[in-house]
Each structure stands twice: as structure tokens, then as C-alpha cells.
Design a protein around this ligand. Structure first.
Ligand code: SF4
Length: 427
């Protein structure tokens, strides 16, 4: 979502003649868009601002603005502690970036914009055309979360659940497709809770899928309890909807899930997976896991072995200030680290075996980019697996059938099927 937000911040600032630069030393204004999910997010802000300070030591100071969830959660602290920062803007206020920049240019005092003006934000964003021209692009459809998992800052930094109007999203999707997008990933902190005046995520996906030139639709991130019947069903009938779902479970233990306030059990989760597989046997899953959550006495690997996730994101629990879990007793770090290593070894083995199973099989790959200084192109298959293929002609934006010939832990390597046929024919 920060990638989407960063692009939109740029679209707005562009109107007051700020342009992107590749070089830090050329910047008049430095916007650091932050994420609070990962550990040590605040320290990273001080570190990055330190880099800017060093670069501009003997030069005119650039405008320095911190946006995103760290600004929301710790804005006042940042402004007080690091005088080099001119403004902090929360994720629901970044539509005010131009006003902020112009005020700083006029030397006003430090600015703290951390209101939850989510309606205002999207009203303003609609005025600015989305200029993103990636083949595979993001579209924020929903923000905020009402779930209040005990470890998570999102309900405090992004606010209550909010769904954008269908018309607005259709217009922005058409606009992205006109810019060249072939694949759109619909984004939300709790994307499958999308509900605009009774229109659900499945309705929105159906509408967007009518855009002819759009080839693929994905959505992330879902909560297991918000997987409604209609959303499950659409996976069985809409070929543009990719058969790959990121479905965070967070723990394989019911005791921990309850303590996290996740509102689902391992049994519910597995039931949902089997319903989705029944409707579309091709569907694969990825998930998030927190290892060493307070109260965890042992770790179970049963769930990952059962589901055979093709990708997992796992981290040792680390407390976020202000969350209920931050008051709980933490598991010894060394023990958590050992559990994480074991978890990741198992998960990586599953992932590698899965990748190997694709060798000599065909995949449909949407190519996104040419790799610099080579004749190789990067794309993704239906399951979001990265695929690299050599080609003498431009594959960017093309959807091609690829035969997978080898792999490593993360990437598949393939040949374009029609080139193989040509070679066979010539021989
Ligand atoms: S559902 Fe996701 S975003 Fe919402 S509180 Fe839980 S972890 Fe955070």
C-alpha cells in the first residue's frame, strides 16, 4: 500500500512542479514514506534522515517530510527529537502534501497532520490522475481495520475500515489500464471486508474484470473471517482472477490465535482453504506467521505441512508501542530465534519442492520488465512466482506461455513455448 501511496503523493506534488529525482543530492524535498509493521521502523526514520543531513551538511537544507504509519504513530516524538524534520503527515492526510510543502517554503512552524480525513483524502486523490504506468500495478480499494488483533498497529495508524466507491475505483482502474496496466492488485489492510453501500469485493472484481485490456486481477490482504460465499464462488468462474491468495493465519495454535484476538481457529482456516480448493483446485496460498508471540510454549509445523503454502512471511514477534500485546510477557528471544529457524527451514523446503515440481510444466507469464543490460525479461506466473526468460524481442506487457526449465529457491527460469516449437520445427 505504501507503494500506491508513494505514487499518489508524487502525482499530487507534481502539480506544484516537484519532480522525481534518482539522486538524493539533487532533492529540494525529501519525503520518507514509512511503514510501522516491521521492527525498528522509527530508528530507520532517524537513520534515513541522518543520511539526508549528512548529504546536505554544507548545502541548503531540503524540505524533509515523514509520511505514513510511523508519522501517524510517533509523529510528535519525531518532530521533537529530530529538528531536521519539517513535517509529519499520517497516511490519511497525505492529500495535503502540497499545502504542507508550500507552507514550509514560506517558513512556517513544524507541521503535524495526523487526522483521519479518509473521505477528504480520496476526494482529493480523484482529482489527480494516477500516472502509474506499471504493467502490474496496485489500486487501494479499502483502508483501515476494525479487527484489532492484539499485536497490530493498523487500526490505530490507518483508522477504521473504509471502502472507496465502486465508480471511483472503476474510473481509476480504466485510467491505469490506459496507462498500460495489464494486471491490477486490489489493496486493503482488510481487503475482503470491502463493502461500499452493499457492493462487496466480488462485485467490484466482476465490474473491473469487464475492462477488456485488463488481463489479471489479484487482491490482498484478506482476513479468513471475511471470506464470504460470493468471494469464494467468484474464484470458480472468473478466469481473470488469479488462483493465488495471500491469507495470513499468524499462528498454527488455537491458544495463540485466541490470545491474538484473530477471531478464527486453525479448523476454520483449514475449512476455508478446502472450500476454496473445492471451487478451484488450482488455488495456492501464501501466509504470514508470527513466531514467539507472548504465551507461545511450542511451535507447531502441522499447519504449514498440511496447507503446503507456496510462500510464507515469518517474523519473530516484536512489540508495537500502544498495542495490547506490548504489555504481555515476551518469549525468550533465543528460543523464538530457534523456532523461527526451524519454521523457515520447513517452509523453504516446501517452497523449493513446489518450485521444482513446476519444471517441464507450462505457465502463463505476464512480463513486467526487461532486466537491465541483458536480453532477459522478468514476469510472474498465475501464482505470482517470479519467472525469468531470455528473449530477442520485447516481452514487456506480453502474456506468454512459458515452459519452466529450471529454478532456484525464489525464481523460475523458462523458455517461451512458441520459440521452443519454432526451434523444434527448424530442427
Ligand atoms: S486483521 Fe490484519 S490489519 Fe487488522 S488488526 Fe489484524 S493484523 Fe492488523
Amino acid at each position: 500500500m505504501n507503494e500506491y501511496d508513494s505514487n499518489r503523493i508524487y502525482d499530487i506534488a507534481n502539480k506544484i512542479n516537484y519532480r522525481k529525482t534518482e539522486n538524493l543530492k539533487d532533492a529540494d524535498c525529501y519525503v520518507l514514506n514509512t511503514c510501522h509493521i516491521r521492527e525498528k521502523a522509527t530508528e530507520k526514520v532517524y537513520h534515513d534522515v541522518g543520511r539526508v543531513k549528512k548529504e546536505f551538511r554544507n548545502k541548503k537544507k531540503p524540505i524533509v517530510i515523514v509520511t505514513g504509519c510511523v508519522a501517524q504513530a510517533e509523529g510528535e516524538i519525531l518532530l521533537n527529537k529530530e529538528k531536521y524534520i519539517d513535517a509529519v503527515i499520517g497516511p490519511q492526510s497525505y492529500h495535503q502534501i502540497n499545502k504542507t510543502i508550500l507552507n514550509i517554503e514560506k517558513n512556517t512552524k513544524k507541521i503535524n497532520l495526523t487526522d483521519f480525513n479518509v473521505n477528504d483524502k480520496f476526494d482529493t486523490l480523484n482529482v489527480f490522475r494516477n500516472t502509474n504506468s506499471n504493467i502490474s500495478t496496485f489500486l487501494t480499494i479499502q483502508e483501515g481495520c476494525d479487527k484489532f488483533c492484539k499485536f497490530c498497529v493498523v487500526p490505530y495508524t490507518r483508522g477504521k475500515e473504509y471502502s472507496r466507491p465502486v465508480d471511483e475505483l472503476l474510473n481509476e482502474s480504466k485510467n491505469l489500464v490506459e496507462n498500460g496496466a495489464k494486471e491490477i492488485t486490489l489493496l486493503g489492510q482488510n481487503v475482503n471486508a470491502y463493502n461500499f453501500k452493499g457492493k462487496k469485493l466480488s462485485d467490484l472484481i466482476s465490474e473491473i474484470s469487464k475492462i477488456k485490456e485488463l488481463k489479471r486481477i489479484r487482491y490482498t490482504t484478506s482476513h479468513p473471517t471475511d471470506f464470504s460465499k460470493d468471494l469464494i464462488e467468484i474464484h470458480g468462474r472468473l478466469s481473470k482472477l488469479m488462483p493465488f491468495i495471500h491469507l495470513p493465519v499468524q499462528s498454527g495454535s488455537n491458544k495463540i490465535l485466541q490470545s491474538m484476538n484473530r477471531k478464527h481457529t486453525v479448523k476454520n482456516y483449514l475449512k476455508l482453504i478446502s472450500k476454496l480448493k473445492k471451487i478451484n483446485p488450482l488455488i495456492k496460498f501464501s501466509s504470514d506467521f508470527i513466531i514467539g508471540y507472548p504465551g507461545e510454549t511450542k511451535m507447531t509445523l502441522e499447519l504449514i505441512k498440511k496447507v503446503q503454502f507456496i510462500n510464507t512471511y515469518s517474523f519473530i514477534y516484536s512489540a508495537r508501542p500502544g498495542t495490547p500485546a506490548a504489555k504481555m510477557n515476551e518469549v525468550n528471544y533465543k528460543i523464538s530465534k530457534e523456532r523461527l529457524i526451524l519454521f523457515q527451514q520447513t517452509a523453504e523446503k516446501i517452497k523449493y519442492n513446489y518450485k521444482k515440481s513446476l519444471i517441464n510444466k507450462k505457465s502463463e507469464v505476464l512480463f513486467e520488465n526487461k532486466i537491465k543490460n541483458s536480453n532477459e525479461f522478468f514476469g510472474r506466473d498465475e501464482f505470482s512466482n517470479p519467472v525469468i526468460t531470455k528473449s530477442d524481442y520485447n516481452l514487456k506487457g506480453k502474456l506468454e506461455e512459458v515452459k519452466i526449465v529450471s529454478c532456484n529457491q525464489n525464481t523460475l527460469f523458462g523458455e517461451i513455448e512458441k520459440n521452443i516449437k519454432k526451434k523444434e520445427h527448424a530442427a
